[in-house]
Write a protein that binds this ligand. Structure first.
Ligand SMILES: Nc1ncnc2c1ncn2[C@@H]1O[C@H](COP(=O)(O)OP(=O)(O)O)[C@@H](O)[C@H]1O
Ligand SMILES: O=C(O)C1=C[C@@H](OP(=O)(O)O)[C@@H](O)[C@H](O)C1
Ligand SMILES: [Mg+2]
Length: 177
C-alpha cells in the first residue's frame, strides 16, 4: 500500500487533539496514534506516574525522545500539549507531514478543562494557566503549517473546518518522505 503524508495535531490540553484525531483518521482512512499512549507503553507507567516520580522536565524529555524516534507515515498523530518543547521531535514530525495547530482561546480551554492542576500538564509548579498558555502559543504558531480556530465550534464543525483547510488529497497522497 502507498505511504501517505501524516497529519500531526498540536495545541493546548483540551484543544481536541485526541478526540478530533480519531475522527479525522476515520474520515481520511489513515491510522491513528496518540503519542501520549506511545509514551505510556514505552515507560509502562501513566503520564501522571512519570511526573510524580521524576518530574515534568523528565516527562518532556521522554516525550521528545518518543516523537523524535516516531516513524509513522500515513497516520493522524495526536501529540501531547508539551510536544512543542522538543525541537528534534518537532523536526521529525514535520518531516512526516502537515502540522495542524488546533487553536483555542484561553477562555474556551478554561470552559473545557476543569482539572488544570490535576490533569498532569507538564508545567513548572505554580505556573499559572495564563502564563503557560502564553508561553505555548508562541511555540504552536512557530511549528504550525495550518491553524484551525476551534472556539465555539462543535466537534463536527471543528472536524469539517480542519478537513476544509487540509491540502487537497492529491498533494496528501504522495509518497512519504
Ligand atoms: N469542538 C470541540 N472539539 C474538540 N473537543 C471538544 C470540542 N468541544 C468540546 N470538546 C471537548 O474538549 C475535550 C478535548 O479533549 P482532548 O481531545 O483530550 O484534547 P487534547 O488531546 O487536545 O488534550 C473533550 O472533552 C471534548 O469532548
Ligand atoms: O500539555 C501538557 O503538558 C500535557 C498534555 C497531555 O496531553 P494532551 O495535550 O493530549 O492533554 C499529556 O501529554 C501530558 O499530560 C502533558
Ligand atoms: Mg490528548
Amino acid at each position: 500500500m502507498k505511504k501517505r503524508k501524516s497529519i500531526v495535531l498540536i495545541g493546548m490540553p483540551g484543544a481536541g487533539k485526541s478526540t478530533l484525531g480519531v475522527l479525522l483518521a476515520k474520515e481520511l482512512a489513515l491510522d491513528f496514534v496518540d503519542t501520549d499512549v506511545l509514551i505510556q507503553a514505552r515507560e509502562e507507567k501513566t503520564l501522571q506516574e512519570i511526573m510524580a516520580e521524576s518530574g515534568y522536565l523528565n516527562l518532556r524529555a521522554i516525550e521528545g525522545e518518543v516523537i523524535a524516534a516516531a516513524h509513522l507515515p500515513s497516520h493522524v498523530i495526536a501529540t501531547g500539549g508539551s510536544a512543542v518543547y522538543s525541537e528534534e521531535g518537532m523536526a521529525n514530525l514535520k518531516e512526516l507531514g502537515t502540522i495542524v495547530f488546533l487553536e483555542c482561546s484561553a477562555e474556551e480551554l478554561r470552559r473545557r478543562i476543569h482539572n488544570y492542576e490535576s490533569r498532569g500538564i507538564a508545567k513548572a509548579p505554580g505556573q499559572t494557566f495564563e502564563a503557560l498558555f502564553a508561553e505555548r502559543q508562541a511555540l504552536y504558531r512557530e511549528y504550525a503549517d495550518i491553524t484551525v480556530g476551534c472556539d465555539g465550534l462543535t466537534m463536527q464543525q471543528a472536524l469539517d473546518q480542519l478537513l476544509s483547510q487540509l491540502p487537497s488529497r492529491p498533494q496528501n497522497g504522495g509518497r512519504a518522505p
